[in-house]
Design a protein around this ligand. Structure first.
Ligand code: SF4
Length: 219
C-alpha cells in the first residue's frame, strides 16, 4: 500500500455479488499474462495467477511468487507451499473449497516485496477477489495483510484473530516461509492455524480429507 492511501481508495466501493462466467475469468487471466505495468513484467519467466477452486469458500492470499512459482506458474509450490499445503490438509478443506493467489503476480528478484509493484498489481487482486467471492480471506504475511487492512499491521498483533473486511471474514496468518527462519514464528503458525481450524468449523467449512497435488484450477 502506498503511503497515505486508505483501504477505500484501493478497493471498489462495494463488494460484487452475482453471476460470473468462465469467459470473464479467462479475460482477466489474459490481461495478467500480457501485463507489463511494472518492471517485474520484463523479469518474470511467467505470471503466477491462481491455484485451486473458482468457487472457493476460503481464499489464501500470499505476497509474491518465489523462484519455484516463477518456473511453473502456480502459487505456493515451493517449500512455503508445502507448509501451506500441510495446513490446508489439517483444516480439511477440499480442493473445491479453497483458492490461492498472491498480491503481486510476477516474481520479484531476491524475493524483495515491492510496494510499487503491489500498487500496480492491486487492481488484478481486487478483480480476483470480486470474481472468486470467498466467504473468508486468509492473508499470509505482512504485505498481504497490508493489501487489505493496513491498519492491522504489524502482523503479530493481528495474526490468528478474526476481522471483518467488506462483508468478508479476514483472518491474518504469518507467512509460512517465516516458519523456517524462527521457532517463534513456527509456533505462531501452528497456534494460529489451530485457531483458523476452529473458526472454519464454526462457519461450517473444512473438516474433510487432505488435499492433493497443486493444480491451476478446480471448479
Ligand atoms: S507484477 Fe503485476 S503489475 Fe507488475 S507486470 Fe506483473 S502482473 Fe503487471
Amino acid at each position: 500500500m502506498g503511503p497515505g492511501r486508505t483501504v477505500d481508495q484501493v478497493w471498489p466501493a462495494a463488494p460484487r455479488s452475482g453471476a460470473r462466467t468462465r469467459a470473464e475469468w479467462a479475460l482477466l487471466n489474459r490481461e495478467i499474462e500480457n501485463c507489463r505495468a511494472c518492471p517485474l513484467g520484463s523479469l518474470r519467466t511467467q505470471v503466477v495467477i491462481h491455484r485451486g477452486s473458482l468457487r472457493p469458500r476460503v481464499l489464501f492470499v500470499g505476497e509474491a511468487p518465489g523462484a519455484s512459482e516463477d518456473q511453473v506458474g502456480i502459487p505456493f509450490v515451493g517449500p512455503a507451499g508445502k507448509r501451506l499445503d500441510q495446513l490446508i490438509g489439517r483444516l480439511g478443506l477440499l480442493e473445491s473449497e479453497f483458492a490461492i493467489v498472491n498480491v503481486i503476480k510476477c516474481h520479484p528478484p531476491g524475493n524483495e516485496f515491492s510496494e510499487g509493484a503491489a500498487d500496480a498489481c492491486r487492481p488484478f487482486l481486487a478483480r480476483q477477489v470480486e470474481f472468486l467471492q470467498p466467504i473468508m480471506v486468509v492473508t499470509l504475511g505482512t504485505a498481504a495483510l497490508a493489501a487489505f487492512r493496513p491498519d492491522l499491521v504489524p502482523i503479530l498483533g493481528s495474526a490468528g484473530r478474526r476481522f471483518r473486511w467488506r462483508g468478508l471474514t479476514l483472518f491474518p496468518l504469518v507467512h509460512p516461509a517465516s516458519t523456517a527462519r524462527s521457532g517463534a514464528f513456527r509456533r505462531r503458525w501452528e497456534a494460529d492455524g489451530a485457531a483458523l481450524s476452529r473458526l472454519l468449523s464454526r462457519l461450517g467449512a473444512g473438516g474433510h480429507a487432505g488435499t492433493g497435488a497443486p493444480s491451476r484450477a478446480t471448479v
